[in-house]
Design a protein around this ligand. Structure first.
Ligand SMILES: [Zn+2]
Length: 79
């Protein structure tokens, strides 16, 4: 029998920190999702937490880390 805590979490993709102009938080956006958004000519990309980040905010000042994105990348090296 396996306890729920022993079930490995699903893999989290490589991410980039992006500050959203909408809420001022720095979210984690999957590199794949950002690449797809840029190739499709979209100005937005979904963050790990589900927030939609404006790609135009790449040069924005860093904001407070998004707690929901942080929870999804916790324990990973280099994040
Ligand atoms: Zn977030």
């Amino acid at each position: 029998m396996v306890a729920p805590a022993d079930v490995p979490a699903p893999p989290v993709p490589q991410t980039i920190a992006m500050t959203s102009g909408a809420d001022g938080l720095t979210h984690r956006v999957a590199e794949v999702a950002l690449g797809e958004a840029l190739l499709a000519g979209r100005g937005t990309s979904p963050a790990l937490c589900g927030h939609t980040v404006l790609v135009t905010s790449l040069g924005a000042e860093p904001g407070r880390p998004c707690p929901r994105c942080a929870a999804r990348t916790a324990g990973r090296p280099g994040s």
